[in-house]
Design a protein around this ligand. Sequence first.
Ligand code: DMJ
Length: 613
Amino acid sequence: MLPPSERDFVSLTLSESGSYTNGKQWRRQSCLRKWKQLSRLQRSLILFTLMLLLVCGIVTSPTLIAHWRDGALGENTDDGKQPFVLDLKNEYKFVLPEPPSEKKGLRRRGPPVLQSRLHSKTNASEGGKAVVSWREAVIDQGQVFDTDIKEAEIQEITHAESRLEAVREAFRHAWKGYKDFAWGHDELKPISKSYAEWFGLGLTLIDALDTMWILGLKDEFAEAREWVATELSFDKNVDVNLFESTIRILGGLLSTYHLTGDSVFLEKAKDIGSRLMPAFNTASKIPYSDVNIGKGTAHSPQWTSDSTVAEVTSVQLEFRELSRLTGDPKYKLAVMEVMNQVHKLDGKNDGLVPMFINTNSGQFTHQGIYTLGARADSYYEYLLKQWIQGGKKENDLLEDYLQAIEGVKKNLLRKSNPLGLTFVGELSHGHLSPKMDHLVCFLPGTLALGAHHSLPADHMELAKELIETCYQMYAQMETGLSPEIAYFNMHEGSKQDVEVKIADRHNLLRPETVESLFYLYRFTKDKKYQLWGWEILQNFNKYTRVSTGGYSSINNVRDPAYPNPRDKMESFFLGETLKYFYLLFSDDPDLISLDKYVFNTEAHPLPVWPDAE
Ligand code: DMJ
């Protein structure tokens, strides 16, 4: 089989203009002659009948009416950018999913609260003499406006339900690929119909557990639970990355335990948690990056004794929670020691941290570069979230968070040209680079979460500006999907705000923008955030969906004719991206209430401690 880059694609455009054959021309002339031979009355009768048929056809056509309704709601997101893409070798192809049908709108399959809302609305409507027709449209038999349910409201609920169903459908499709070709392994390779192993611990399956629960996919959840109970073993001679295994595996197991109450997940969480602890046995107490969970040994990468700042400061939510559940303080003490040290360290710039920290000296290294992107991102996120998790009492965490946001405002914010988008650049030895990783798009959501928890209102204003920028990182690309890294134009007269270097044109199905859209929608109820998310979901379906199951990262967001699949579905697509889509399209504020849960950086909800209030 050829590698993806060598496969051929052609674009087919269906043209309406076509040349007639001689036979067709002859038939046209003969019809014209016959028409002229008819009397005036006969011609009028025929024309009248044709008109009548046309009018009846329009009135009774549900598709056309639905299309008009969509247009009136301004929801027609078909941008017409994508030609039909056909794979000549027929080995794989991207196919469009069936659009969620409006007719299916009133089916009752959503999460509990949404279901009851649908139910009560429909009942209210029945009380007002309305009936549900064979097409499930609500028909009012009395006066049109004498019930408490309006057609527009039904449309809106139907709309929401069909978007939720579209996410469930996307999940099922991704899961099918994982199940068929990668079951029990770390990641699906959907193009080659195989799998990739990272830690050999069923990473995608564990990352996806709580998503299945939240989406209400009971059958899928049951078979995954069975695998965890009977097949998952951490007694393996394997090196795992402390941060990645904490946020995906420990976080995933803990949150699934909380959602389900099933002790299988807690036992597995305790097992992996204790096996990761050797990472903290360093001279400085700043953990190593890697642990062998079978041997109980830990080490830095071969080429350095440094760890990444984001990694050592983004395992706290999970280990703190493990201490609370087990009653054993050793987990919390280890991770809080890291926070206490980083709190006191020299080398910060207005609260902004460098990207590396040494496991021997406990000092920052490679100083002078400050970013909210890779290697620093979740340090900021976890300052705020630990403060919320612990009941808003740990003042050092809050102080560091507030100072860092002031540091961002003072040192990293700039405006682009021509649209004047606010972006977060990187500071490199005093020089501002207009470079913004997609990873930075977690920030609008985090800022909005802080504002919700009574931090300064201007954090919310900044969040709104930044989410617009993150959306434009998608909208200004030919596929409507964001690159991994964007550069913003700042010069007067620029044609487009976002520029992309050739090496940065890939998209890994990352969640950050969808995550922030979810927070912004939850707190503002501004429908434009749902609309933007809907657009992005459709573009994932257009350009990254693999017909035989699964979704694939792509190499080129600038080429809709050949986005060039990378043959990898990252576990966070199921753990985070699809979960945040679902929560974004839900109008139920109690579906993982942001007053009761904090999401870890892999989208696994952990409880705000009940006794912390
Ligand atoms: C995830 O593993 C986490 O969100 C992490 O914080 C950043 N990288 C990926 C998703 O992009």
